[in-house]
Design a protein around this ligand. Structure first.
Ligand code: 6GU
Length: 226
């Protein structure tokens, strides 16, 4: 998979993308990331990419020209056409289902904004999908884009080792994860549940499922299905 990231703060990406699982996924050549500075496509000598909103009001709006020119130029850097996403709190809510779907793409291009948003005409011209990662406001789309990249890349076959099972994850079965314990069995006077060292795998399985259901009902009634 190829992921292009467009931003006016492109240096925000590398520290996250080059660490841990995402870094290993790049070394294994399962994903390639390309960060681009939208300012490289500004249409004036001061590299200005934003301006005051028509109609007045606070903040600055990102100009349509530099963003559209940037996307068109980046698109030409590879023959594979991109699935184009724009990060925005007004977008469709990102979830595990969208992550699974995006993980089957060959190429994704993510546009990150700052300030009060984009000139609306970029949506008309580029017809991107607007995506939000949740109901809160970030200072820009960069952390949202990294969140999406992380959730998507870990689902690409081969990215996770066989040790990190994808099969019984939170959200896949509509449930949050069951509680986990490790050594020491008793710590600060708190024992791990006795059943977990019973060796009875059927009982352990049943206990874990009950705990997952309990937790999901209590914390996330919105995702719990009977
Ligand atoms: Cl995609 N962008 C910004 N600025 N804030 C957000 C968001 C995106 N998703 C949730 N909050």
């Amino acid at each position: 998979m190829r992921i292009d990231l467009l931003s006016i703060f492109p240096k925000m990406f590398a520290p996250i993308l080059n660490e841990s699982i995402l870094g290993i996924a790049q070394k294994k050549e399962l994903v390639e990331f390309f960060s681009h500075d939208i300012r490289d496509w500004s249409d004036n000598k001061h590299n200005k990419i934003d301006d005051k909103p028509f109609g007045g009001g606070p903040g600055m709006v990102m100009k349509a020209g530099p963003i559209v020119t940037a996307v068109e130029a980046v698109e030409k850097m590879d023959d594979i056409p991109s699935r184009l996403l724009v990060m925005s709190p007004q977008g469709k809510r990102f979830d595990q289902k969208m992550a699974r779907e995006l993980s089957t793409e060959k190429r994704i291009c993510i546009i990150c904004g700052r300030y009060e948003g984009f000139d609306e005409r970029i949506f008309e011209v580029l017809e991107p999908e607007e995506v939000s990662i949740g109901d809160y406001v970030l200072t820009g789309g960069e952390l949202a884009a990294l969140t999406i990249a992380d959730a998507v890349v870990r689902l690409i076959p081969g990215v996770l080792g066989s040790g990190d099972s994808l099969e019984s994850e939170s959200f896949d079965n509509g449930l949050l994860d069951f509680p986990q314990y490790t050594q020491p069995f008793e710590w600060r006077g708190i024992k791990a549940p006795e059943i977990l060292r019973s060796g009875n795998h059927a009982l352990i399985e049943k206990w874990r499922r009950e705990k997952a259901i309990e937790k999901t009902k209590a914390r996330r009634p919105d995702i719990f299905k009977d």
